[in-house]
Design a protein around this ligand. Structure first.
Ligand code: BGC
Length: 737
């Protein structure tokens, strides 16, 4: 921080009343309180608003800088998670989990920058992204918000995204604040029930869950968000060890820390560690939270605590110091409204980027030879399934569908391309007949559009129904219709998966099989002896061994964003050579969870008697239309660089993701048999070889000891390089350090 900023911040703090300091620490949800109350808060000197868009934000900012005593500008936050998705004109990129399937740092940075530009153009300053929790239990509703199960991949992509959002200069017109969330271990909730307690130790936290957040600090992330959950009975909101000792003292985070939604009231209502707002406010402030999201009662609570001598006012000064410093670094005092880049919301360049991201994320999981499909042999193609033409499923969480303006059931703004439309585009002018059938719903409820008088009624029904307890047999007529349409076809493209009401907050799942009548649908279609390609449009890994058995090819698209359907179709018809790699493992059955690849070893082969030892699909897996061979692995201990020769042995050009794993052969605490330590994407023409050099982090060779210190223990390490985390895909080199 420059001396000049420091001086200005201290000057303002010296002029602030206790009430103004308390207000500066609060973030008010505009959609919940309404514009009139929000303006009242602006006059009082509130620190931040969330979920206001465009003109509303500009109006509130005017009130803050003209009508509050000290004229401190407000910082506006929004959940722009994969694009500025709450604005229905914005570019919708693939979900974070889909993005992670690209393993492309540069692309993720560009998506961050495009999103920042659109958010800033809407007059906003801050996105609550990226999520750096690890997605290790796919039952968790928020899996699609993560970069998958691995700490290294999450850290690398998270840092790229942060750089994309913030750029080099927080005051630039196209820069917004990033927010690393949710600190910490939120993804580890027991039983994958959102925000439940976790029993892990701080040694484990430092070893497994802290590394991506450390990278976020190193990338200059301006804000962090406290998790909802608790570790061994201590709510994170009250956990000074996590929020202060680790975040500030160890990681040297110098931005500001915001709680998650209503965390202070949760200390009373849910976590029951306080019985009044004064104590809850004191606890949250003392633990190190700088800004309080939504629990506006904190205002009275903390003022009372300071007045009664239970909280030192210096505690508030420290929080306000963190907030004001960022506001100065953003240049907010000089320029309270972000300009962005006029015309950039949903612009062509950003949409092209969304298409590129969707293409790179498509991951081919099995292929019995049907892919790529040669158009020449086709006369009739049928596209079937609940997710073939449902843009909500393709978009995934955090768009105006999952977070709609109350009472409005709107369809999204074009352009977007569903899988059905993508197939029609790919086959346009070819003379091939494309037919479509809905098949069944994802949850046993008939959402067949034709059953409703108009779109409004259809969307209303869909939004209102959030259950899985419907009688799926009523859908047999749709399944029969699908089978009869498929008769005589040369190819079936079947889109299965989940939908918005099975993902996100409040939507954890106990069962990871395909829901509703989807298994019946594929079973019936597979008996027709027509080549069958199944596309999983899903927010998470599903337990789908039957799909693998019954399909000639399985493609995972996750939530591909506005061009997800087009990207999948290009892969199917060979216009794009697939390069996606799974950032998360798929279980064979739900009870096999967790199946993440880097669990600590046990014995008895880690196997249940009633399912295979291996996951259905492993971390890092993904097929191409060519093959890659690995040889000549070397390691330079001085620069910690691995080099390996990769050859494209197939007939077409392709992009391989070279993955490096490390096994710490003997260590004083247990380590996984392999941990991802580096990766790089490389393009290779048919027959071409390249030597790829990948520099590893120092941390790649370290362990966290029981006393919570991280050390490198000298000795033997095995370095592995290859196509996926599977043993058979890796070549090895033993080294001494
Ligand atoms: C979520 C956060 C989100 C916040 C604001 C919370 O419920 O946990 O991830 O940023 O709401 O919308």
């Amino acid at each position: 921080m420059s001396m000049e900023v420091k001086k200005k911040v201290e000057e303002i703090i010296s002029q602030m009343t206790l009430e103004e300091k308390a207000a500066q620490m609060i973030q008010v949800p505009v959609a919940m309180v309404g514009m009139e109350q929000a303006k009242e808060w602006a006059r009082r000197g509130v620190g931040s608003f969330l979920h206001a868009l465009g003109d509303d934000a500009r109006e509130l900012q005017k009130v803050a800088v003209n009508e509050s005593r000290l004229k401190i500008p407000v910082v506006f936050g929004i959940d722009a998670i994969h694009g500025h998705g709450l604005n229905r004109n914005a570019t919708i990129f693939p979900s974070q989990l889909s993005m992670a399937s690209t393993w492309d740092r540069d692309l993720v940075e560009k998506i961050g920058h495009a999103t920042a530009t659109e958010v800033a153009t809407d007059g906003l300053h801050w996105t609550f992204s990226p999520v750096l929790c690890l997605g290790r239990d796919p039952r968790w509703g928020r899996i699609s918000e993560t970069f998958g199960e691995d700490k290294y991949l999450s850290g690398e992509l998270g840092a790229s995204m942060i750089k994309g959002y913030q750029g080099d200069d927080l005051s630039a017109d196209d820069s917004i604040l990033a927010c690393a969330k949710h600190f910490i271990a939120y993804g580890e909730a027991t039983g994958a029930r959102d925000a439940y307690d976790t029993q892990i130790t701080y040694r484990k936290i430092k070893d497994e869950f802290l590394p991506p957040f450390k990278k976020a600090v190193e990338a200059g992330c301006a804000t962090f968000m406290t998790a909802y959950g608790s570790v061994d009975g201590t709510p994170l909101t009250a956990d000074r060890k996590a929020l202060h000792d680790i975040l500030r003292d160890e990681l040297k985070f110098d931005g500001f820390l915001i709680t998650d939604w209503d965390n202070v009231n949760a200390l009373i209502r849910r976590q029951k560690v306080c019985d009044n707002i004064g104590d809850a406010s004191a606890l949250a402030a003392k633990a190190g939270n700088d800004m309080i999201m939504c629990s506006t009662e904190f205002y009275e609570g903390i003022i009372e605590q300071v007045k009664s001598g239970k909280v030192d006012e210096a505690q508030l000064d420290e929080a306000v110091r963190h907030i004001l410093t960022i506001k100065f670094r953003m240049g907010l005092f000089a320029k309270p409204d972000k300009k962005g880049v006029p015309g950039s919301i949903g612009c062509e360049a950003h949409r092209e980027l969304a298409l590129k991201a969707a293409r790179e994320s498509v991951t081919v999981l099995t292929n019995d030879g049907v892919l790529p499909v040669r158009k020449k042999k086709l006369r009739k193609v049928v596209v079937i399934g609940p997710n073939a033409d449902d843009i909500r499923a393709q978009y995934g969480d955090w768009t105006y569908f999952t977070h709609p303006v109350p009472g409005k059931y709107t369809e999204p703004q074009r352009p977007y391309v569903t899988l059905l439309e993508g197939v029609r585009n790919s086959l346009e002018g070819s003379g091939i007949d494309v037919e479509y059938s809905y098949g069944c719903s994802v949850n046993g409820r008939s959402y067949y559009k034709g059953d409703y008088p108009d779109t409004e009624a259809f969307m209303k029904q869909v939004y209102e129904d959030n259950r899985l307890d419907n009688d799926g047999t009523k859908e047999m007529p749709y399944i029969n219709e699908a089978a009869s349409i498929a008769r005589g076809a040369d190819l079936i493209i079947l889109a299965l998966g989940d939908n918005y009401n099975q993902m996100g907050e409040y939507n954890d799942r106990a069962e990871l099989r395909l829901s509703g009548m989807q298994e019946a649908l594929i079973r019936i279609l597979s008996t027709m002896k027509i080549p069958l390609i199944t596309v999983l449009i899903t927010s998470k890994p599903l337990a789908v061994p039957e799909v693998v058995r019954d399909s000639d090819a399985v493609i995972c698209a996750f939530n591909g964003g506005m061009y997800g359907g087009q990207a999948v179709s290009e892969v199917i018809f060979g216009d794009f050579n697939p390069e996606g790699r799974l950032p998360i493992s798929f279980p064979v059955v739900t009870g096999q969870v967790p199946v993440y690849y880097n669990q600590l070893p046990g014995w008895h082969e880690g196997r249940y008697v009633d399912c295979p030892a291996e996951p259905l699909f492993a971390f890092g897996e993904g097929l191409s239309y060519t093959w890659y061979e690995y040889s000549d692995i070397k390691f330079d201990a001085d620069t910690k660089t691995v080099s390996v020769k990769v050859t494209n042995t197939g007939k077409v050009k392709g992009v391989e993701t070279v993955q490096i794993y490390i096994d710490d052969v003997v260590s004083s605490v247990m380590t996984a048999n392999k941990n991802l330590a580096g990766f790089a994407k490389v393009e290779l023409a048919s027959g071409e070889s390249k030597t790829v050099s990948i520099k590893l982090d120092d941390d790649a060779f370290s362990v966290v000891l029981p006393d919570e210190t991280r050390v490198i223990e000298p000795g033997k390490f095995i370095i592995m390089a290859g196509h996926s985390s599977k043993d058979e895909d890796l070549i090895r080199l033993a080294v001494e350090l």
